[in-house]
Design a binder for this molecule. Structure first.
Ligand SMILES: Nc1nc2c(ncn2[C@@H]2O[C@H](COP(=O)(O)OP(=O)(O)OP(=O)(O)O)[C@@H](O)[C@H]2O)c(=O)[nH]1
Ligand SMILES: [Mg+2]
Length: 397
């Protein structure tokens, strides 16, 4: 029998078409993304094309069957394994089976240089995987979501492996519990720096909070939010130092913020000025220091700022990074600003993207803790002391 071709807007819809026409045991020969309309209709969304045959009937010859498939191999059972929840009479999935599945995925990932894009354009596991194991749909789904959020495939593999080693196999058929377990595992790789507890005396090194970063990342807004946050949450005496005397309008912007917060800003031009103001503000519980933008691809700019800030004792330096920045630029900023001894990062503009995996990757690869998230322009509501669960819930809701 010739394979039949089905097209739909997404994989699930295409597989449902297959299921309706060829039954739930239909065998899938290939799943691929194809242009949605005629060649010139580039504005049309791409579609998913599935080739399938009814159960247990094999084509004499099919160009879509993978080259390494053995003659006796059964091509599919994909619908069951991916999109149908396990039925009551099925055996619970054994841990070794899940581990076997994950091992196969790991092998695929290491064999495939373009694994991430390939995985996303063809979200179904290959038939050698599904032909051998009944993979829980929730696990496949969670894995795809993590990958599509941009979480490093190696980290996804590690997390799912850990989940499979430490979780009762029964949970694999309970979607919400399985997702919770995966979320908890992901949280364990995220380090968090708690400025608040430092402020309360547990680690009394944060009387001075310095905000650094490249241009337009939200440094001044972050200073304003920090000042406002601490004024609102605790009766703190806050001081504001503006060390950005370079950008036109920086001082006016500072004055606008400090007026609204009822603070008197200190504008400093030299390291001596800075030292003097910090000594003068000895009674302040918290001093926020806003700094001029530095280009992470111009290391001497950072060194200059480093010289400016060296005189400050008991400080915590936070690097502001917008969530919209690419991972490579985040890494570069982290490396370039390292002479300033960055202790944590503040992720700004969380509201301007919906993809957050690269933030996880940054923390995971560099062991740098998260200190704050900012997700809007509202002074009072858009600053959040970092919680691993906050980021993880955005990635795997
Ligand atoms: N949507 C959104 N906008 C933000 C956020 N943080 C800052 N912004 C906006 O980003 C722009 C730049 O913010 P600033 O605080 O001036 O950035 P900066 O790093 O001090 O800029 P320079 O001093 O020029 O280097 C402003 O329009 C802010 O309102 C955020 O979390 N979400
Ligand atoms: Mg600024």
């Amino acid at each position: 029998m010739q394979p039949k071709t089905f097209r739909a807007s997404n994989t699930q819809a295409a597989l449902e078409l297959v299921q309706n026409e060829l039954g739930p045991e239909a065998m899938i020969l290939s799943v691929k993304q194809v242009p949605g309309g005629a060649v010139w209709e580039t504005w049309k969304k791409s579609e998913v094309e599935v080739q399938a045959i009814p159960a247990y009937q094999f084509p004499e010859q099919s160009s879509t069957v993978s080259a390494n498939q053995k003659p006796g191999d059964k091509p599919g059972k994909l619908i069951h394994s991916l999109y149908n929840p396990p039925t009551a009479n099925k055996q619970p999935l054994a841990r070794t089976e899940i581990q076997g599945y994950l091992e196969q995925i790991a092998t695929q990932i290491s064999q495939n240089k373009n694994h991430q894009s390939a995985e996303l354009s063809n979200p179904a596991p290959t038939q050698s995987v599904t032909g051998k194991y009944d993979v829980p749909a929730a696990l496949v789904q969670a894995r795809l979501e993590l990958l599509s959020q941009g979480v490093d495939p190696e980290l996804v593999k590690n997390i799912l492996k850990r989940v499979s080693q430490t979780t009762n196999p029964k949970i694999f058929s309970q979607e919400s519990r399985l997702r919770e377990v995966i979320r908890k595992q992901l949280e364990t790789v995220l380090r968090v720096l708690r400025i608040e507890s430092a402020q309360n005396g547990a680690v009394p090194t944060a009387r001075v909070l310095i905000i650094v970063g490249s241009s337009g990342v939200g440094k001044t807004s972050l200073c304003a939010r920090l000042a406002s946050h601490f004024m609102a949450t605790q009766p703190k005496k806050i001081a504001w130092i503006c060390a950005d005397t370079i950008r036109t309008g920086a001082i006016a912007q500072t004055k606008a913020y400090t007026e609204s917060l009822n603070l008197q800003p200190h504008i400093v031009y030299t390291p001596a000025d800075l030292k003097g103001v910090i000594e003068y503000e000895e009674k302040a519980d918290l001093i926020v220091v806003d700094t001029p933008a530095r280009n992470p691809y111009e290391p001497e700019e950072v060194v200059e700022l480093s010289t400016f800030l060296t005189e400050i004792p008991k400080k915590i330096t936070l690097l502001a990074l917008p969530a919209t920045l690419k991972l490579t630029d985040m890494q570069q900023a982290l490396a370039a600003f390292s002479p300033l001894k960055i202790e944590g990062i503040a992720i700004t503009k969380m509201d301007e993207t919906r993809q957050y995996g690269h933030i996880v990757n940054l923390v995971w690869k560099n062991k740098i803790p998260l200190a704050y998230f900012c997700d809007g322009t509202n002074l009072l509501e858009s600053l959040h002391p970092a919680e691993a669960s906050h980021l993880v819930n955005l990635i795997l809701p």
